[in-house]
Write a protein that binds this ligand. Sequence first.
Ligand SMILES: Nc1nc2c(ncn2[C@@H]2O[C@H](COP(=O)(O)OP(=O)(O)OP(=O)(O)O)[C@@H](O)[C@H]2O)c(=O)[nH]1
Ligand SMILES: O=C(O)[C@H](O)COP(=O)(O)O
Length: 222
Amino acid sequence: MTTWALIPVKRFVLAKTRLSGWLSETERAGLAKSMLRDTLTAVSQAQKLDGVALITSDPEASAIGTALGAVILEDTTEDLNSALTIGRIALQQRYASSACLVLPSDLPTLMTTDVEHILSTKTDDATVVVVPAHDQEGTNALLTTKDAELPFSFGPDSYRRHMNLAISMGLRPTTLNLPRVAIDFDKPGDLRLINLHAPGSHTAGLLSSLSHSEAPFFKEVS
Ligand SMILES: Nc1nc2c(ncn2[C@@H]2O[C@H](COP(=O)(O)OP(=O)(O)OP(=O)(O)O)[C@@H](O)[C@H]2O)c(=O)[nH]1
Ligand SMILES: O=C(O)[C@H](O)COP(=O)(O)O
């Protein structure tokens, strides 16, 4: 089985809108870049992967991806689920990929061993593995295989939706609760988790540089 990771990256100027009440567009873009670097650094070292692809329309994200060894797929849709669907097909056609691990680009505490753990759960050609976000609402990792081509349904409450979709297709999806995969950074309160679990990460460094500013964000969460 040939397994690829597929990481979607939204244009940095549009990133982290849920933090827009606390951080400027420039700060949010910087945060998204740092998180991409952390995520990609962990994923690209996974021995069980045959390749890593980014799907994006952002030139800077493409440059970061290329520098860290990823293949770049162009996002012509600017819609997450459409982009992932196109990306999965492209990986099948160009690289004979038969399993696809989707990971968002905002997992600053992710470690390579977490990726290996998810991949070792793959038992056959009809495997679906879902790792929920720490709020048990989002999907922070989704492994699908060629005989279990779950349609992508990211968006609010996607964890439950992905599980229900898999069950409705007659599949038996596996849920993995992996604390470091579950930590994404969507809301101010998530900052505590990052400082606690990934003190040496690009993301923690960026956040510490921002904390010297007057951003009200840090006052609220400290
Ligand atoms: N290629 C691509 N990636 C996307 C798109 N929308 C979201 N993503 C990526 O999908 C993952 C989850 O993103 P979201 O939670 O929707 O967006 P976010 O920027 O992290 O946060 P919010 O703007 O607050 O929702 C991240 O890796 C995003 O960069 C899209 O339209 N195209
Ligand atoms: O499941 C999803 O759509 C993405 O992971 C986003 O969910 P989030 O709210 O956890 O970022």
